[in-house]
Ligand binder design. Structure first.
Ligand code: NAD
Length: 360
């Protein structure tokens, strides 16, 4: 029997409601696939600010470091919106990413056949889309120096940011890209702007040099402007995309929106070693918190990503993903994905139906 230590960070808003579902799912599939999770819970975001004055207490980070994986729900809410930046819930999230060295962000965009009409694009364009965007998370223009607003000799202000990547930074994210493609369809598209940017030329050179180490992966390159166009023109051409921080920020949101449903999207953030963080893409939805209206499925699919990418339990991950499809197939919908003729349920009932499906 495998034993995993999982740190749970329920956070704010709907966080605790959807986290409860994730825990139940893990207990059920653990029993079936011969693994057990030891859960330890810690505060982050608004609840941590209320309890300790800080959005990421040092004990929380320590607990995360001492675990096999971290499952996060969501942070933030109206109550904490006007605090100074270092005390904001979002600062806790950035601190967690930095503290665990999470340099790779994996964002899948998969069209579920039952929710195809939620997409704003035509059925024939999005049907069958299954893309993974691997975004570099701790380098590039968001972190490069010099940065700031400086005064020029004429007294005019000039804003500066620097897009920079070292060879080793490119290599480690490229490897995550290749390895992710190996676990998926075997196609990797590296996105850059090598026709204009030197930093992108280095990126392209390094990715190309690593390719022979992954003979089972077919590598292609696209300029980011073309990639954006291709994503909405014919998204089915993509399997796995690897790209830098800025391009990935934009392309992962664009790819996610092909699906049209924010309550269904999981994500993973991984480091070189140590635990990764698995969380839904959506926020804490304070407008529906505490009303049993939250869609728990993005959180549940984050559990599946955790099993696949951190705990080497791909069969259990498959089972959860199939279970989610099955409850949708049976017509159950939370309010955010509701459509005509379907059965509207709350968070708890969605969980009950899912657990029933998973129990067989
Ligand atoms: P949000 O994702 O929380 O909500 C956007 C809309 O989608 C809302 O109408 C909400 O009710 C709905 N929604 C989101 N998730 C849902 C779910 N699982 N089920 C049903 N409906 C769902 O984004 P927002 O309103 O911009 O932000 C709210 C708070 O969340 C803010 O404090 C923000 O900073 C924070 N936030 C946190 C994260 C995170 O924890 N990673 C990400 C984004 C926003």
């Amino acid at each position: 029997m495998m034993n995993y230590r999982i740190t749970l960070l329920p956070g704010d808003g709907i966080g605790p409601e959807i986290m409860a579902v994730a825990v139940d799912v893990l207990k059920v599939v653990g029993g079936q696939f011969n693994f057990q999770c030891e859960f330890q819970e810690a505060p982050i975001g608004g609840v941590a600010i209320d309890a300790t004055g800080e959005p990421l207490p040092s004990q929380t980070l320590q607990m995360c470091r001492n675990s096999d994986a971290v499952l996060l729900a969501a942070i933030g809410g109206y109550k904490w919106d006007n605090l100074p930046r270092h005390q904001r819930p979002e600062t806790g999230l950035l601190g967690l990413r930095a503290g665990l060295g999470l340099f790779a962000n994996l964002r899948p965009a998969k069209i579920l056949p039952q929710l195809i009409d939620a997409s704003t694009l035509k059925r024939e364009i999005v049907e069958g889309v299954d893309i993974m965007v691997v975004r570099e998370l701790t380098g590039g223009v968001y972190f490069g120096t010099p940065k700031g607003v400086f005064e020029t000799e004429t007294g005019e202000k000039r804003g500066v940011n620097t897009m920079a990547y070292t060879e080793s930074e490119v290599d480690r994210i490229a490897r995550v890209g290749f390895e992710t493609a190996q676990k998926r369809g075997g196609n990797l598209c590296s996105v850059d702007k090598a026709n204009v940017l030197e930093v992108s030329q280095l990126w392209r050179d390094r990715v190309t040099q690593l390719a022979p180490e992954y003979p089972d992966v077919e590598l292609s390159h696209l300029y980011v402007d073309n990639a954006a166009m291709q994503l909405v023109r014919w998204p089915k051409q993509f399997d796995t995309i690897v790209t830098g921080n800025l391009f990935g920020d934009i392309l992962s949101d664009a790819a996610a929106m092909l699906t049209g449903s924010i309550g269904m999207l999981p994500s993973a953030s991984l480091g070189a070693s140590g635990p990764g963080v698995f969380e839904p893409v959506h926020g804490s939805a304070p407008d529906i918190a505490g009303q049993d209206k939250a869609n728990p499925l993005a959180q549940v699919l984050s559990v599946a990503m955790m099993l696949r990418y951190a705990l080497e339990q791909p069969v259990a991950a498959d089972k959860i993903e199939k279970g989610v499809l099955e409850v949708l197939e049976q017509g159950y919908r939370t309010g955010d994905i509701m459509s005509e003729g379907m059965k509207q349920v709350g968070c708890k009932e969605m969980a009950e139906v899912l657990l029933k499906v998973l129990s067989v």
